[in-house]
Design a protein around this ligand. Sequence first.
Ligand SMILES: Cc1cc2nc3c(=O)[nH]c(=O)nc-3n(C[C@H](O)[C@H](O)[C@H](O)COP(=O)(O)OP(=O)(O)OC[C@H]3O[C@@H](n4cnc5c(N)ncnc54)[C@H](O)[C@@H]3O)c2cc1C
Length: 423
Amino acid sequence: MPSSLPQRVDVAVIGGGIIGISTAWALAKAGVRVAVFEKGVIAGEQSSRNWGWIRTVGRDHKELPLALHAIDLWQEIQAQRDVGYRQTGLAYLAENEHDMAGHRAWLDKARPLGVPAELIPRDGLRALLASATTRPWAGALYSRIDGVAEPDRATRAIADLAVQAGAQVFENTAARCLDTKAGRAAGVVTERGVVAAGAVVLAGGAWSRLFCGNVGVEFPQLKVHASVLRTAPLETGLDMAVNGKDFTVRKRADGGYSVSQLGASVADLTPDSIRLCRQFLAAWMSEKKYLKLRLGRRFFDELMMPVRFGPDAPTPFERHRILDPAPRMKTIGTALDKLKQAFPAFASAQIAHAWAGFIDVTPDAIPVMSPVDGLAGFFLASGFSGHGFGIGPAAGVLMADLVQGRTPVVDPHHFRLSRYFGG
Ligand SMILES: Cc1cc2nc3c(=O)[nH]c(=O)nc-3n(C[C@H](O)[C@H](O)[C@H](O)COP(=O)(O)OP(=O)(O)OC[C@H]3O[C@@H](n4cnc5c(N)ncnc54)[C@H](O)[C@@H]3O)c2cc1C
C-alpha cells in the first residue's frame, strides 16, 4: 500500500470489495489513474464471506449477459493468479415436477441469451452427481460452464492485478463523504485527507445507502444476515456445486466443503426496513419461504447510528471497519444435517469453521450500476443482492465503461438507479 494519498486521480473508488476492486482493475487497464479507498481491509465484508459460486443458473435473466462475460474474465484472472476458479458444473436439484416446471420456464428464457444450461431428468442424475444420493430427486437444472472460486483469495488477487496495472489501493482509509463543487462530485474526503477526482464510484456494499443518504441521494437498500460453514477436508466424490434448497454445497480448494442453505438468511427489522417497507414488500412476500424476519439489537444499533456526517469528524465508516456478525449455528447445522441425509458420503463431515455476512439487497434483487442523476461525476455500483461475487469482474468492466462514457459491455438499462423512482 502506498504511504501517502494522491492529491488527484481521474477516478476515486469507494469500497475494496470485488465490485470496487474489479472497477479499479478495468479502469487501470484502460490507462485511467484510479485509487480505491477501503475503510477496513480488501474483501473484509461480503466478498470474502460468500459461497464462492460463479453461476448463470437461476440468475435473473437481466444479469445473464454480464454473467457470461464474467466467465471469460474469471478465466483471465485464473491464468494469472490461482484464485481456485474451476468450471465444476452447478446443479439446482428439483424435489418434484413443480420445481422442474420452474426450471424449465427459466431455461426457456435463458437459452436464447446463449446460456448452455440443460434439464437433467431423474435417471440422469446419478451419473451427473458422481456421489450416491438417497433423496428421490425429480431431476435438476444444470450448467456445465458454472463453477466456483475461492472468495478468500479472489478479490485480493484482482487487487494485485489492479495495482500491477497502475491502480492505487488504500486500506484502513474510510471515505467520509463526497467533495462536491458546483453541484458535481469533485473528489472524496477520506479520514486521511481529500483526494480530488474527475469521477467517484461508490461500491460500498452494505454501506452504500448510508453514504448516499448523507449526500442527499436515496438508494433503497437493506441488509440480510446470512451464515455459512466449512467442513474439514473429506472425500465424497461430489465435485460440482449443488443447491438442494434446504442445503447448498460446493467443494473448496482446501478439500473441505462450504455448506449453507437458502433459508439461512435473516432480515433484521431496522428503521430502514420500516422506511422502505413499501418498496420491499413484494420481495419479502416472494422470499418468505427462505427469509426470516427478526427484531433484535440491530434495530437499536441502526437507530443510534448518525445518518448525517461531515468531513471533519469520524463517521460510522471508521467506527465499523469490518462487519463481522455471528453465524446462526442452528440453521447452518440443519443444512449440514440435510446434506448428510441426502448424500451419505458426507456422514462423517465435521464443522471446521462458521461465519456470517450481511448481504446488501435491493427491492428487485438486482444491482444498481449507474450514474447518479442530479450529481454529475457520481456513480453507484451496489445492491448485488447475494449474487455479486460471480459477476463481480464483469460488473467492474461495466462500471469502467460507464465512467469513461464508452459503449458499455452489456446494456446497462436494467441497472439504472432511476428505475426505483419511475425513471
Ligand atoms: C453468505 C453470503 C453468500 C454469498 N454467496 C454468493 C455466491 O455464492 N455467489 C455470488 O455471486 N455472490 C454471493 N454472495 C454475494 C456477494 O458476496 C456480494 O454480492 C459481493 O461480494 C458484493 O461485493 P461488493 O464489493 O459490492 O461489497 P463488499 O464485498 O461488501 O465490499 C464493500 C466494501 O466497501 C467498504 N466500504 C463501505 N463504505 C465505505 C466507506 N465509506 N469508505 C471506505 N470503504 C467503504 C466496506 O468496508 C467493504 O469492504 C454472497 C454473500 C454472502 C454474505
